[in-house]
Design a binder for this molecule. Sequence first.
Ligand code: ACO
Length: 433
Amino acid sequence: MANKNALTVTDHRTGKTYELPIQDGAIKAMDLRQIKVDESDFGLMTYDPAFMNPASCRSQITFIDGDKGILRYRGYPIDQLAEKTNYLENAWLLLNGELPTKAEYDGWETEIKHHTMVHENVKKLMDGFNHDAHPMGMLVSTVAALSTYYPDAKQVHDKELRRTHVKRLIGKLPTLAAWAYRHSMGYPYVYPNNDLSFAGNFLTMMKKMGDKKYEVSPALERALDVLFILHADHEQNCSTNAMRAVGSSMADPYVSVAAAAAALYGPLHGGANEEVLRMLREIGSLDKVPAFVKDVKEGKGRLMGFGHRVYKNYDPRAKIIKRMADEVFAVTGTSPLLKIALELEKVALSDEYFVQRKLYPNVDFYSGLIYDALGVPVDMFPVMFAIPRVTGWLAQWEELVDDKEQKIARPRQLFVGKSQREVPRFVDRPSKA
Ligand code: ACO
């Protein structure tokens, strides 16, 4: 009788049949290697240029069901986490698997705050950038530079030491992010104030001017904290994959985080909310929405903030952000762009093109509007994403480093270039017309 937990494959080139075990809903790609036409054959591979189907790891951190629109950190639904916890509780949860007790949380918060300061030399690094340097480029570079301040970060198998660097990265990211912004504005840097909350401190480092006390509105502080929760992890996305790929060579966490942040910079990933705001500004008024949607359907650009590789339903984070937008705009006054966004969503969700392709608003569709209302310029949007995502990257990296099944990430290729030929000297090379 056939094994019920196996896949039977017949290779019609040879007529041979193979039985491949199925575990956790997957076959092992390496089991395909035994399928060969003859002994000199390398063996069968899978071709998957954008990693559409491989499971690259076993992970216990974040669960997504894209069809149902579900996102959970360590089993807890994202909407409950957004309602009942703060960002630093989520950072602990992602890294440790459970929510902290009150005593654990107090210690954790103190330790993260202890690491918010950066070496004074980092200011010189920041000063080296052009006045109009993109803050994300500055963040990527300065995070990578932190590696040179902490050479013991290379000891990635030392769990205790590793945790110190994890705390450093979580604590320092807001400082680097705020300073990148201050540099681009030509403002003096503001040092961290550890009497404030994680989100409150970041807003203060960005916004404080002169000696005047900067008062953070509790509603805006909470909105930012919720945005941090929603962006903290999202399983094996492009930047996390970069973190794991670079981390798999046992590179230290600073350069690995820099690589992940570089991946996040792209407009198809963390740069999307920046593009959303530009798009809404370009549309400019409600009457231009139908013409814009028509252009998108004709292939003239994409509707930014719509569509997702995994969610084929409303992104659960977008739902929470959309609700939160009302609370933020109650404090800041409404934005004309919100009206355009709501109309755009309405038109798209009732249009056959978007319905058929299961294109729904993703997390970036509304987050840019909230950042805008908080007075954060568009160039800073991917930076805002990186501040909390560092927690997810680090949790995934620790899981990778401790995973005995992992090795250096090294995919194969289907070579479609020229076969071996002789190297001609200049005189023998045909001249080009
Ligand atoms: N606007 C218009 N059409 C779209 C969009 C969009 N935003 N997204 C996908 N499509 C269309 C594609 O043209 C394609 O149509 P076709 O089948 O006629 O060729 C179909 O929908 C499937 O699209 P893919 O590109 O195969 O989808 P994929 O899973 O590769 O891409 C992605 C996902 C990159 C997010 C895409 O939807 C996109 O570019 N969205 C806009 C950018 C964006 O908002 N990114 C943020 C993602 S969330 C995050 O990173 C936090």
